[in-house]
Ligand binder design. Structure first.
Ligand SMILES: C[S@@+](CC[C@H](N)C(=O)[O-])C[C@H]1O[C@@H](n2cnc3c(N)ncnc32)[C@H](O)[C@@H]1O
Length: 218
């Protein structure tokens, strides 16, 4: 999945992954992470998700990273913000209130950039990437996210032979292989979501589970 793939999706407004409401799992499970007031949350591959706004409303500093400038500009304009724009290394940084969206490639984030993050929210980031990129993604995340960070990672599990991604199937075994060496993982929810997933039903997918992990970096 090269940057061009995503730029084309945004240009054509083919953003079926974008939810018109805050993710229900986020609302349900985030409070139990018991994060400190003001904790900075890293949101990789953030799109223009409403979850960013929700996290800010909970009192967090939010650091979203997104390739698409269109996504970032739409996020701020759709919520009536007039962000200040600056530069940080290869990133163009948009900031309004407690939300910073860094426009650029997640893989270019450094541990210094995320040194004051203590939380992670991954919805449709890991599962947006093909297998070999998921390995790079996990390795990079483990490198840059400070120890004792807490967060949520949401995955999809289905038979990849029945439909090509994205979103890709990321099975529990793979999550444990990718992160289990240095993060603790706990499944908070494992839900059959096939009946409400039109795209998957149309493709002939016969089983679809959404899983929510609580993660802690060690
Ligand atoms: C499936 S979408 C999910 C967006 C968001 N997390 C949500 O829940 O709506 C994946 C997003 O990641 C962005 N993206 C893909 N590769 C990226 C990369 N290497 N660095 C930063 N953003 C990336 C894409 O432009 C796209 O907006």
């Amino acid at each position: 999945m090269q940057p061009e793939f995503w730029h084309k999706k945004w240009a054509a407004n083919q953003i079926g992954f974008h939810l018109p409401q805050v993710n229900p799992y986020l609302k349900r499970f985030w409070p139990a992470l018991s994060l400190e007031e003001g904790a900075r949350v890293l949101v990789p591959l953030c799109g223009k998700s409403l979850d960013l706004l929700w996290l800010a409303h909970q009192g967090h500093e939010v650091l979203g990273v997104e390739l698409s400038e269109k996504a970032i500009e739409e996020f701020f304009s759709e919520h009536g913000f007039d962000p200040a724009v600056s530069e940080q290394g290869p990133f163009k940084v948009y900031r309004a209130g407690s939300i910073e969206l860094w426009c650029g490639n997640f893989f270019e984030l450094t541990a210094g950039d995320t040194a004051d993050c203590s939380a992670l929210y991954d919805r449709a980031a890991l599962i947006a990437l093909p297998a070999e990129m998921r390995e790079r993604y996990a390795a990079h995340l483990k490198r840059i996210l400070p120890k004792e960070s807490h967060g949520l990672v949401i995955t999809l599990d289905y038979d990849q032979a029945q439909m090509p991604g994205p979103p890709f199937a990321v099975l529990d075994d793979e999550v444990r292989k990718l992160f289990g060496d240095s993060w603790s993982l706990k499944i908070l929810e494992d839900q059959d979501v096939l009946s409400e997933s039109g795209k998957f039903l149309e493709a002939g997918v016969t089983r679809l589970e959404e899983r929510v992990y609580r993660v802690t970096s060690r």
